[in-house]
Structure formats: structure tokens, C-alpha cells
Design a protein around this ligand. Structure first.
Ligand SMILES: [Zn+2]
Length: 284
């Protein structure tokens, strides 16, 4: 894929990015690692542990002090480079908590970075100082249970990780992905006044409120569609996917099934659908 891999791109004063060479159906051109600050920097989403990406980050940092390495969540395309980068720079790993495994059944799968450890976990509203700016955690569970966005003050930028992206809607895959939490986290962003979003994948979002409103509408429409399909007759998840996502890229069928399951679990919790074996039907 044609993209500016391993290059430091300055986006605005004090905000730059380096794109990792891990393109896929889920990561678009790859993971974008952000550098915030000028004389001192913070690194947001160090990305996959690829030697050439790590090398590019160290070159981009250029010997400047690193105040913190922040992770939005612990998917393998976001956090694994945190440890080697911490070793190379001496910076602390700050941000999301390791994935909680103590709930019913294992929540993590192969997509998660099970080795992630934070030196400091940020609760909602807590932050770190870097070069006269402040990066503040905005808890946004849904895509994963541990997802954080980071608000940059005073620039008004929000680093949205995988919660809101410019190129695609996010994947919400149970059991760790949770549709009700995701919708609540979209509402939370809708109530904020961020100037611009810098997502981990895809271009910046320059119309945040309109963009988030579109995503909320998209999910509500999907929910109505699933309810309408189940009103017509009981269906399995693969049947719902086939009807709700015509012409879907075969690489995304599993993710679409996860997303439909996330909707169904939410609808079930609200008493609108019931599950019998593999089959879902409208509740009476
Ligand atoms: Zn992710």
C-alpha cells in the first residue's frame, strides 16, 4: 500500500505522527503513532513491535526527553512497542489499564497484547504534563473495555485511538467489546467540544460532532435493521450478517458477526430479543 511509512509528519504545532507498516483490513494503512510536544514529547499508541517502526520512532524523537508513552488500549496493533520504546527512552508507560481478566470467562483473545503493563494507569480525567501541555484521559469503553482517548490541552485535539476513526466505524467484538458501552462513549464525545480528532487509523476528523452523530445514527439504523429481520423470522448470526451486510468483503465477515452479536447482546439486555441455541428471535 502507498503510504508514508516510517516518516515523521508534522500535522500542526506540537503534533506529529509516524505511520507503522502494518496495513490490513482492520488497520487501514497501519497504526499512526502520535508525538505530542516539541522540546519534550509524549508518544501516543507506540504501535506494533516492528523493528523498523521502533527505529523510526526513536529517530523521530531525536533524543528529546519523552515524558510518557501512552496507550489508548491493548490491541496488538497499539501497545506492544511500548515496552521496547520505554527501554530505549527511559519513559514511563502511562494510560489504559491491562485488560481485566477476572470477569466471567477470558475476555482477551489473540488480538490482545497480554504482555502489556502500565507504570501508571490513568482514570477518567487524570492526565500527564508534556512541554506545557496536558494530555487528559477520557474513558471510552466499548471497542475494548480498557479504551481511553486523550484530550490535548490547550490545543483542543482529541486522540481517539480506535474509538472514533476517520476511515471506518470501529469493530465492537464481544465479550470484551460492548455495544451499550460503545454507544455511551459516543454520547460522551458528543457532549464534548473537541476541535479535531486524531485517530490511530485513517485521516484526522475535522468535524467531530457531525462525525460522531453519523456513527450514532449508523449504529441505531443497524439495530433497527436487525430488529426488523428478526421480526420477519428467527435467524442465526450468519443469516443476519448475510442479509444486513450485502457484498461484504469476505475478510470482514467475522468482524461483522461480532458486531451483530454485540448488538444482539445489547438488545437482549434491553429485553427486545431472546436467544434459543444458535437462533435469535424478537421477544414478545
Ligand atoms: Zn483496537
Amino acid at each position: 500500500m502507498e503510504a508514508p511509512y516510517a516518516k515523521l509528519e508534522q500535522l500542526e504545532p506540537g503534533i506529529a505522527r509516524v505511520l507503522a507498516a502494518n496495513p490490513s483490513a482492520f488497520t487501514y494503512t497501519g497504526t499512526q503513532t502520535y508525538l505530542v510536544g516539541s522540546s519534550e514529547v509524549a508518544v501516543i499508541d507506540p504501535g506494533p513491535d516492528l523493528p523498523e517502526h521502533l527505529e523510526a520512532l526513536i529517530e523521530a524523537i531525536g533524543g528529546r526527553p519523552v515524558a510518557a508513552i501512552l496507550c489508548t488500549h491493548t490491541h496488538r496493533d497499539h501497545s506492544p512497542a511500548a515496552r521496547p520504546l520505554a527501554q530505549a527512552t527511559g519513559a514511563p508507560i502511562v494510560g489504559c489499564e491491562p485488560l481485566a481478566l477476572e470477569t466471567v470467562g477470558p475476555r482477551a483473545d489473540a488480538a490482545f497484547d497480554g504482555d502489556y503493563r502500565a507504570d501508571r494507569v490513568l482514570a477518567d480525567g487524570e492526565g500527564v504534563e508534556v512541554d506545557g501541555r496536558r494530555l487528559i484521559a477520557v474513558a471510552t469503553p466499548g471497542h475494548t473495555s480498557n479504551h481511553l482517548c486523550f484530550a490535548d490541552q490547550p490545543s483542543g485535539a482529541l486522540f481517539t485511538g480506535d474509538h472514533v476513526m476517520g476511515w471506518s466505524t470501529t469493530v465492537v467484538f464481544p465479550p470484551d467489546g460492548d455495544m451499550a458501552a460503545y454507544m455511551a462513549s459516543l454520547d460522551k464525545l458528543q457532549r464534548r467540544d473537541d476541535r479535531i480528532y486524531f485517530p490511530a487509523h485513517g485521516p484526522p476528523v475535522t468535524n467531530p460532532k457531525q462525525h460522531v452523530r453519523g456513527f450514532i445514527g449508523h449504529r441505531k439504523q443497524r439495530e433497527r435493521q436487525i430488529l426488523a429481520l428478526l421480526k420477519a423470522r428467527a435467524r442465526t448470526i450468519p443469516e443476519i450478517v448475510a442479509d444486513a451486510y450485502p457484498g461484504l468483503d469476505p475478510r470482514l465477515v467475522t468482524a461483522a458477526g461480532g458486531s451483530v452479536l454485540a448488538h444482539l447482546l445489547d438488545l437482549e439486555a434491553r429485553g427486545l430479543v431472546v436467544c434459543e441455541g444458535e437462533t435469535w428471535t424478537r421477544a414478545n
